[in-house]
Design a binder for this molecule. Structure first.
Ligand SMILES: Nc1ncnc2c1ncn2[C@@H]1O[C@H](COP(=O)(O)OP(=O)(O)OP(=O)(O)O)[C@@H](O)[C@H]1O
Length: 238
């Protein structure tokens, strides 16, 4: 298994397996008496080890697509396959377990818990999953090192810059060794220099450990870090 802990990079895995796949995804939202069709039959595959950017105009459906692929929202019709398993029909409990164990999410805003320190914020998903943090100390050290947070581990979020807080959010998303890391505008709240540093970090994580990443971004500069760019326009891939 490729992971951030071993830094292993298995080329056979990288080229042959689909990490996430959406098939014929349609999403409609009710709008008064009518419905808005936000996704109009989108199919896509992300291969294990890829770093894919989703771009497109505002309101085109990028975040909706990301949330559906990441199990945060459900499609009106169509299917999502995570590592070959159709997760579309999973109930809330099963879906929560999948999100805790197989998926990492990073957002524009960091959503850190203010009164927990860096280390505690990073470990929170494992605690919520009922896992013993003592078993993950080595993984924690490695992730703190990769994200450049080792000397900040006892700091609280308010003692950190925006870029450092986003690093904590990335570390928290990686602690469970997810099949795929989803990122929604991860540099959207950062100045361009800090944004570039975050992109360097994501690219490094993708290259060093083969971590699959699917990211929504408005920034062509940020998208340059990825291995493939897909464009959504008016609910379809173009
Ligand atoms: N829960 C919802 N209810 C109704 N309409 C919604 C809902 N979520 C999203 N939409 C609509 O779906 C469309 C696509 O939204 P989405 O956030 O996916 O676009 P986006 O491409 O990510 O936009 P942006 O780049 O501005 O973040 C928008 O018109 C939005 O208003």
């Amino acid at each position: 298994m490729n992971n951030i802990l071993t830094g292993g990079y298995n080329m056979k895995h990288t080229v042959s397996e689909t990490a996430i796949e959406g098939r014929h995804l349609i999403k409609e939202f009710p709008m008064g008496n009518a419905v808005t069709k936000v996704l109009r039959d989108i199919s896509l595959q992300v291969t294990r080890g890829e770093f894919v950017s989703i771009m497109g105009p505002s309101g085109s459906g990028k975040s909706t697509l990301l949330y559906i692929l990441g199990g945060l929202d459900t499609p009106t019709s169509g299917h999502v396959y995570l590592n070959g398993t159709d997760i579309s029909g999973f109930d809330d409990e099963k879906m929560s377990r999948i999100r805790r164990r197989k998926i990492g999410f990073v957002f524009q805003f960091y959503n850190l818990i203010p009164n927990l320190n860096v280390e505690e914020n990073i470990m929170l998903p494992l605690l919520l999953d009922g896992q013993k943090t003592a078993n993950h100390q080595e993984q924690l050290s490695r992730i703190l090192e990769v994200t450049g947070l080792t000397d900040r581990r006892r700091h609280t979020p308010r003692e950190l810059s925006g870029g450092q807080q986003q690093r904590v959010a990335i570390a928290r998303a990686l602690i469970g060794n997810p099949e795929i890391l989803f990122a929604d505008e991860p540099t959207g709240n950062l100045d361009s220099k800090t944004g570039a540093e975050i992109m360097d970090l994501l690219r490094d994580i993708n290259r060093r450990s083969g971590q699959t990443i699917l990211m929504v971004t408005h920034s062509p500069e940020a998208a340059k870090s990825s291995s493939r760019i897909i464009t959504v326009q008016d609910g379809i891939l173009v």
